[in-house]
Design a protein. Structure first.
Length: 316
């Protein structure tokens, strides 16, 4: 699925549709960078709850890059903010990201219960993210440059949009390979430039992140025992996510039958720290070209404060 989404997102970018929407978003924001980033954060977080955080990055990072060509924005902060928003928004629903899907299917939690249980945490994290966005951008004014009229490649735009929807739908039915084959076929006919830009390194990292860690989990917890309180589970899952990413961390911990809610809270907040914590982070930095230092300048302080507030909320 990851390869298909990368190709489709490039197709959308090359179609010129992002340029049209970028102009509209900048106009709505006036001359306020805070309004612009806040709007992006809200759109990305809501979208991620439905189309998954990784998919959202393939759509919105090129969009932010297009905006940066129109207005002088703090690009590293903008990219990091939408990556954090994608991780946070996707935490709300059981289909928002891979770790939630694993937990949802393993524990057979009703959808309404899952959303209701995660909602307070997601609201807390979103309020904090908005505060972080406000700190650095409240006084920054947008310097907008006139953008030449963009000609939309309607065929490429329509096909890319339909392929995006199709790939997400097929992936939810465990038929991602069908979407991949259709994407290759269609793009080879009308969007070869999107195929030529395939990022092999990104695909390789994706494969490594989904290595099966169940055997390692059995060996580790065979010799280690500890209190399984909510606080401990959140710290363990969030910390482990920083080392091996939150999806492998979920696979390791879900097999030990930890309480589902602290586990879901931990692996989701764990995706907002180091870049490896979530595949969405890696996608965002890879596509945008911002450095890891620039990403961690914003993501690590957010993660530490969010984790501390989460633990205070749990204990209170």
């Amino acid at each position: 699925m990851i390869i298909s989404l990368f190709i489709v997102s490039r197709g959308l970018e090359l179609s010129g549709i992002f340029g049209r929407f970028a102009n509209a978003i900048v106009n709505i924001s006036g001359d306020s960078e805070f309004k612009l980033l806040s709007l992006l954060v809200l759109i990305v977080s809501i979208s991620s709850a439905v189309i998954m955080n990784d998919t959202a990055m393939f759509v919105f990072v090129p969009f932010v890059l297009t905006i940066s060509k129109i207005a002088e924005i703090d690009l590293p902060k903008a990219v990091t903010s939408i990556a954090l928003a994608a991780n946070i928004g996707s935490a709300l629903t059981p289909i928002g990201n891979p770790q939630n899907i694993i937990i949802w299917r393993t524990f057979k939690i009703p959808l309404s219960e899952f959303v209701r249980s995660m909602l307070p945490y997601v609201l807390l994290w979103m309020i904090l993210l908005m505060f972080f966005v406000w700190i650095g951008s409240r006084r920054r004014k947008l310097k907008v440059s006139p953008m030449p009229r963009i000609k939309i490649k309607m065929g490429l735009m329509v096909c890319s949009t339909l392929l995006l929807i199709l790939n997400v739908a097929l992936a939810e039915r465990n038929l991602a390979y069908v979407g991949f084959l259709l994407t290759l076929l269609v793009m080879s006919l009308i969007g070869r430039e999107a195929l030529y830009s395939l990022d092999i390194a990104l695909v390789a990292v994706f494969a490594l992140i989904f290595v099966d860690f169940k055997e390692m989990s059995s060996l580790l917890f065979e010799y280690i025992s500890f209190e399984r309180s909510a606080t401990i589970v959140i710290l363990l899952s969030a910390g482990l996510s920083q080392l091996i990413s939150n999806v492998p961390a979920t696979v390791m911990l879900v097999s030990q039958r930890f309480p589902w809610l602290p586990l879901a809270v931990g692996v989701n907040i764990g995706g907002t720290g180091i870049v490896i914590g979530s595949l969405a982070n890696f996608i965002a930095t890879r596509i945008s070209g911002i450095s890891l230092k620039e990403f961690h300048k914003y993501s690590l302080p957010y993660f530490l404060v969010a984790l501390a507030l989460t633990l205070i909320y749990v204990v209170a």
